[in-house]
Design a protein around this ligand. Structure first.
Ligand code: NDP
Ligand SMILES: O=C(O)[C@H](O)[C@H](O)[C@H](O)CO
Length: 337
């Protein structure tokens, strides 16, 4: 059974996703079959660049077609819910860019739609499928670090002037865009809901967070301190500290190629290189989530155990809590889904 992908939007991350997919040595029995954009000419240009066979004049047309099995949603944050819902209601599986939705309410509603349709959906937290994250998980579970007590993560990139980051109506928010990676890292390590969330930050003149400092407290006085910054570049690394030692995930921690183990051993993870041009760092790694999606669909799974629905719900809950404390409110927060 060939898994046929439909790319939803002709944007930057859609470009990177398709490049990562097409440059990987072996994606198995799956293909990028079609693309749709708000404007057909943009979809045609995208299809020409990426040699995609089918172009649709609209998202709706592709959703209703029988030419695809799974949609990759590369739209702006406010459109994730409605587009994922559209494709689910047309019987298509979905891989939707992070954040899955604008808030917990939308997330819960979307996941229940997928469940009712017995369809696969996953939030594209691509970090979880990095080979280096598998090695990190092994190191933590090996006991070499002892009992994990503390995690610190930085994610700072000077993108506060990018419209989709700085404008509330485009879903702008540092915690939605890059803070999610720090939250998912802490949850990847501690695997339980924090008992307390404390957050403070800075908001721009559109009421959007551009800096967030987040402290997650877990059972047994364990903690994570997360620094999120859309104004300046930070040393974007993560460190996991235990009673016997520590492991450092080098910059960019959200899709790393280097782990520094407790014994000082530096472990490298090479990404497939190609002459493709990417918009974002380490985007060649975007293919690993596609391999997982295909695996799950072929096994009849509705979710991936590595980025589960429960995890997406918890991340949405934590983002809502951070936004409330920092003072970021979206119109969608007041609406029934
Ligand atoms: N996993 C990762 O590493 C990354 C993930 N992302 C995520 O991907 C998503 C898209 O980011 P990115 O690709 O940089 O975004 P882009 O600015 O490239 O926009 C993506 C698409 O959104 C649509 N769009 C653009 N502007 C508007 C607007 N004003 N109103 C409505 N729709 C609009 C267009 O769709 P169309 O083509 O149909 O016209 C566009 O192609 C975000 O949710 C972000 O979180 C982003 C970067 C990295
Ligand atoms: O998902 C991401 O990586 C974010 O959307 C960032 O905005 C981007 O990567 C900037 O580095």
């Amino acid at each position: 059974m060939t898994i046929r992908w439909g790319i939803v939007t002709s944007g930057k991350i859609s470009h990177d996703f398709v490049n990562a997919f097409n440059s990987f040595p072996d994606v198995g029995d799956q293909v990028i079959a079609a693309v749709a954009a708000r404007d057909k000419s943009r979809a045609e240009e995208f299809a020409k660049t990426h040699k995609i066979a089918k172009v649709f004049a609209s998202y709706d047309e592709m959703a209703m077609s029988s030419d695809i099995d799974v949609a990759y949603i590369g739209a702006l944050n406010p459109d994730h819910f409605k587009l994922s819902k559209l494709f689910l209601e047309c019987g298509k599986h979905v891989l939707c860019e992070k954040p899955l939705c604008m808030n917990y309410k939308e997330t819960e509603s979307l996941l229940s739609i997928a469940k009712s349709k017995n369809l696969f959906i996953m939030e594209a937290v691509w970090s979880r499928f990095a080979p280096s994250y598998m090695a990190l998980e092994k190191e933590i579970q090996s006991g070499k670090l002892g009992d994990v007590q503390f995690v610190e993560v930085n994610f700072g990139v000077p993108i506060a002037n990018v419209d989709r980051l700085r404008k509330k109506d485009l879903g702008g928010s540092a915690v939605l865009d890059i803070g999610i990676y720090t939250l998912q890292f802490a949850q990847f390590v501690f695997r339980e809901e924090p008992v307390k969330v404390t957050a403070f930050g800075e908001i721009n003149n559109d009421g959007v967070d551009v800096v967030d400092t987040i402290i997650l407290e877990y059972s047994g006085n364990r903690r994570a301190v997360l620094n999120v910054n859309a104004k300046i570049r930070l040393w974007n690394k993560a460190t996991v500290y235990g009673t016997k030692g520590r492991v450092t995930v080098e910059d960019p921690f959200h899709f790393p190629d280097t782990l520094i183990h407790n014994d000082g051993n530096v472990e490298k993870f090479s990404l497939h290189t190609s002459n493709q041009k990417y918009n974002f760092g380490n985007s060649a790694g975007l293919v690993y989530q596609a391999l997982e999606v295909a695996r799950c669909i072929k096994q009849g799974l509705n979710e991936s155990p590595r980025m589960s629905h429960k995890e997406s719900l918890l991340l949405a809950k934590l983002r809502d809590m951070v936004r409330k404390q920092v003072g970021v409110h979206f119109e969608v927060d007041d609406k029934e889904v």
